[in-house]
Design a protein around this ligand. Structure first.
Ligand code: AMP
Ligand code: ZN
Ligand code: FE
Ligand code: FE
Length: 305
C-alpha cells in the first residue's frame, strides 16, 4: 500500500465502489473493513445493476461505525452513446425497483452468453493450432449469478485469463472486450431518462457517473436534468485535478450536486486504480446529496435516517 492510502481519512468519503455483487473482486464486508481501517466516514457500494451488496455492507458498517449510503450504478444507452448513472439512497426494499434490477441482470445473462459465443469465434479466427475454449458456465460462476450477481465483461475477462488466452483483465479489454471489439455486445437498451426515473421512483438521487465517458455530456446535460438528474460525479478515480475542477464548475453552473468516488473494483485492477478513498472526497458533499433525497416525492417520510 502507498503512503497516501494508509493515511487516516477522517472527514472523507468514497461514493463509487464495486463489490462481488457485480464486477468487483472484494466482498462488500471486505470493502467496508478496508474503508473503516482507512478512517473513511461514509462509503457507497455502487454495483452495476445490483443492490445485492448493500445489506451486507450496512451490517458491517454498523459494526465498524462507518456509514453506508445505499447505491447502485445503472447503464443506459442513448443515441449519443452509453452512460452510467449512479443512484444514491435508493430503497433496497422497493419491490418495483428490485424487479427492474432483476430484469436488467437477466438481460446481462443473455448478453454474457452472446459475448462468450462471439469471443470464442474470434479466438478461433485468430488461433492457428490449439485454440482455448471459453465456457459460459465458468463466466457465470465467476459472476455469482445464482446468488444474484450481475455478470459483465470483467467476468469474461477473468475467464479468459484462466484459460490463458490473455494475461490480465486489462489485456482482455485491450484485445477482445473493449469498445468496438468482438466482446463488446450491447444488451437491450434502456434510455437515460428511464434509468433516472427508475432511481427517483426508488426514492434515490440520480448522478451522472464519470461524466466525460458520455460523449458530449455537456450537450446532453439539460435533457438529463429535465429528466430528473440531480448530480455530477466530479471527483473520480481516473480524473486529473484540472478536469475535476472543471467538472465542479459545470455542476455548480447547472445547480447539480457534486459527488465523488474511486470506482474501485479490487486491489491491483486498473479501474479505480488509486484504491479505496482515492482521490480524496470531502464529507461536506454529503449534506447537499441528502437534501436532494428528502426533496424526492418518493422519499419515504415515515422513515428516518
Ligand atoms: P459491462 O458492464 O459488462 O459493460 O462492463 C463494464 C465494466 O468493465 C466497467 O465498469 C469496468 O469495470 C470494466 N472496464 C471497462 N473498460 C475497461 C478496460 N479498458 N479495462 C479494464 N476494465 C474495463
Ligand atoms: Zn465495473
Ligand atoms: Fe461506470
Ligand atoms: Fe463503476
Amino acid at each position: 500500500m502507498t503512503e497516501v492510502s494508509q493515511a487516516r481519512r477522517s472527514g472523507q468519503i468514497d461514493l463509487h465502489l464495486h463489490s462481488t455483487a457485480s464486477d468487483g473482486t472484494l466482498a462488500p464486508r471486505a470493502i467496508v473493513e478496508l474503508a473503516a481501517s482507512m478512517g473513511l466516514q461514509t462509503i457507497s457500494i455502487t454495483d452495476h445493476d445490483s443492490i445485492g451488496g448493500v445489506a451486507e455492507a450496512q451490517e458491517a458498517g454498523r459494526a465498524l461505525g462507518i456509514e453506508i449510503v445505499p447505491g447502485v450504478e445503472l447503464s443506459a444507452d442513448s443515441s449519443a452513446g452509453d452512460c452510467h448513472i449512479l443512484g444514491y439512497y435508493v430503497r433496497i426494499d422497493d419491490q418495483d425497483f428490485t424487479t427492474w434490477l432483476e430484469a436488467r441482470r437477466s438481460a446481462r445473462i443473455e448478453r454474457g452468453k452472446e459475448i462468450v459465443k462471439r469471443v470464442n469465434a474470434e479466438l478461433r479466427r485468430r488461433g492457428s493450432v490449439s485454440v482455448p475454449q471459453l465456457w459460459w458456465d465458468d463466466v457465470a460462476k465467476r459472476a455469482n449469478i445464482d446468488e444474484g450477481g450481475a455478470v459483465g465483461r470483467p467476468h469474461v475477462a477473468d475467464a479468459l485469463v484462466a484459460i490463458g488466452a490473455v494475461a490480465s483483465r486489462d489485456d482482455a479489454f485491450a484485445t477482445l472486450l473493449g469498445n468496438g471489439m468482438a466482446g463488446d455486445v450491447h444488451y437491450d437498451k434502456v434510455s437515460p431518462n428511464d434509468v433516472i426515473d427508475t432511481i427517483r421512483r426508488a426514492g434515490g438521487v440520480a448522478v451522472l457517473a464519470h461524466p466525460t465517458y458520455f460523449p458530449e455530456f455537456e450537450r446532453q446535460l439539460p435533457a438529463l436534468i429535465e429528466a430528473g438528474l440531480e448530480g455530477l460525479e466530479c471527483v473520480y478515480g481516473d480524473y486529473s485535478p484540472h478536469l475535476m475542477e472543471r467538472l465542479c464548475k459545470v455542476a455548480t453552473s447547472h445547480g447539480l450536486a457534486i459527488t465523488g468516488g474511486s470506482d474501485f473494483h479490487g486491489p491491483g485492477l486498473k479501474a479505480g486504480s488509486g484504491g479505496v478513498g482515492v482521490p480524496a472526497v470531502s464529507a461536506d458533499l454529503l449534506e447537499p446529496l441528502r437534501a436532494r433525497r428528502t426533496m424526492n416525492p418518493h422519499y419515504p417520510r415515515h422513515q428516518s435516517g
